[in-house]
Design a protein around this ligand. Structure first.
Ligand code: 2M8
Length: 432
């Protein structure tokens, strides 16, 4: 175990740049939003100043309206597409003046990341002081989501791009994406020069991804116009679980800090509405799981993925519903020949065990699942998620994603020495 821990620390140190971390060499050369949150949790175990700097640097790129971009382009390099010249964040009047950024966001993890680093900290007073200095920015981000991304005032926010979900090419998006009449754009991909193209999204899929961005750019990233016109408008249970968990953490942290009654009240109002709508709208009795909702076409997306179980982490289901959810998890994903947890339903014909978010196991989703299961008292299954996670990494290395099939001997794919794989393994190994 110590060997694995040391390797994880070595990777995090190697991926550290001046004030932030890259997800991994070559493939992802900038700072990514939710990666940074997960990375900070790892650093908190051995280098708290870096954990704090990671978070501060990301928040430094926050836009005037509270929006936090999914990529901060700190350095000049043309090894990633789409880069700063494609995104043109300056089109939005509130965009960061200090950094070039993307114009889409990612799952809002920072609220619970602050609570996690406080849990890990051996100097709670100092860490709470740091949190006091940044917490309002995270609150402003939540305020952005609830005021700009919830057109029907439901307590559930939408994402307008599959890259905002973090689960980029999940089969969840297939119907929406393939019904789009996107142009055949000319552009030079960089990802497929770094990793096996068969594990990454196709050229046609990238056309669709760019098409959604073209519409947003045409309207200077206006939230109102995007809500009106974007062909992709989805309420995602993973994204909303991260926001809901972060609400819970912000309430806890503001209470510890003291003197923020109005903000706590507002967070409680958002939280109450979110949990209610989550359970009324996003739980599908027939599937026995939380689902994605296509807000543009007003219809449920009837598939199950690892995202379907993330509401456990945000304390959304009742005890009874949690039982049902876990039964679904184990009957579909928990076969003895499979590691937990495939990113897409292994029983679906759309499942692809080697292809990015269409099947492989991802360590950040396992970490979320593990913590959710622990919260609800599912001891044996949470232990299995942890053991499977450790085994996958010990057997294959610190990859970006992993084959869920146990019979595959070399099952690590995508980028190598991947930051959140290292960081979250470190956290899991340090947990009782
Ligand atoms: C992947 O996404 C980026 C776009 O944001 C890409 O494919 O180029 C996803 O796995 C995403 O969740 C992750 O944050 C990012 C960096 O690790 O890579």
């Amino acid at each position: 175990m110590n060997e694995l821990k040391n390797k994880a620390i070595e990777i995090l140190n190697a991926n550290w740049r001046d004030g932030f971390s890259i997800p991994c060499e070559k493939l992802y050369p900038f700072q990514w939003n939710w990666d940074s949150g997960f990375i900070a949790i790892g650093f908190a175990h051995f280098d708290m100043p870096k954990a704090e700097e990671e978070i501060s640097t990301l928040l430094d790129a926050q836009w005037g309206n509270g929006f936090i971009p999914h990529i901060v382009f700190h350095t000049e390099t043309d090894t990633y597409f789409p880069g700063p010249d494609y995104f043109c964040s300056e089109l939005h009047t509130d965009a960061s003046k200090k950094y070039k950024t993307s114009g889409i966001t990612q799952p809002p993890v920072l609220g619970f990341v602050l609570a996690e680093i406080l849990r890990i900290s051996t100097d709670k007073k100092a860490t709470l002081k740091f949190i006091e200095g940044v917490i309002d920015k995270v609150y402003d981000n939540h305020n952005y989501f609830y005021t700009k991304r919830d057109p029907q005032n439901e307590g559930l926010v939408y994402i307008y791009h599959n890259w905002e979900s973090g689960t980029d090419n999940s089969p969840m998006w297939d119907d929406i994406i393939h019904n789009m009449d996107s142009p055949d754009y000319e552009f030079e991909r960089r990802d497929t020069t770094h990793v096996d193209a068969s594990q990454r999204p196709s050229k046609r899929e990238y056309d669709h991804y760019l098409h959604i961005l073209e519409i947003a750019k045409e309207h200077n990233y206006s939230d109102e116009k995007i809500a009106e016109l974007s062909p992709f408008l989805v309420q995602d249970p993973l994204f909303n679980s991260m926001l809901t968990k972060s609400n819970e953490s912000l309430i806890e942290l503001y209470t510890l800090i003291g003197g923020n009654a109005n903000k706590i009240k507002q967070l409680e109002t958002w939280q109450e509405k979110a949990i209610k709508s989550f359970n009324n709208k996003l739980f599908d009795e027939e599937l026995g799981a939380y689902i994605h909702y296509d807000l543009r076409n007003e219809r449920k997306i009837k598939h199950i993925s690892s995202s379907s179980f993330t509401p456990l982490f945000a304390n959304i289901p009742s005890k009874e519903r949690a039982e049902k959810l876990v039964q679904t998890l184990m009957s579909r994903f928990g076969n003895e020949n499979q590691y937990l947890c495939a990113s897409f339903d292994p029983e679906s014909e759309l499942y692809k065990p080697k292809k990015y978010w269409r099947g492989p196991v991802w360590i950040n989703l396992n970490w979320i699942l593990y913590n959710g299961l622990v919260q609800y008292g599912f001891k044996d299954i949470s232990k299995r998620v942890k053991d499977d996670t450790v085994e996958l990494i010990a057997k294959n290395g610190f990859y970006e994603y992993f084959d869920a099939r146990k019979e595959v001997s070399k099952g690590g794919y995508g980028g190598i020495n991947f930051s959140w794989t290292a960081s979250l393994l470190l956290d899991l190994l340090n947990k009782k």
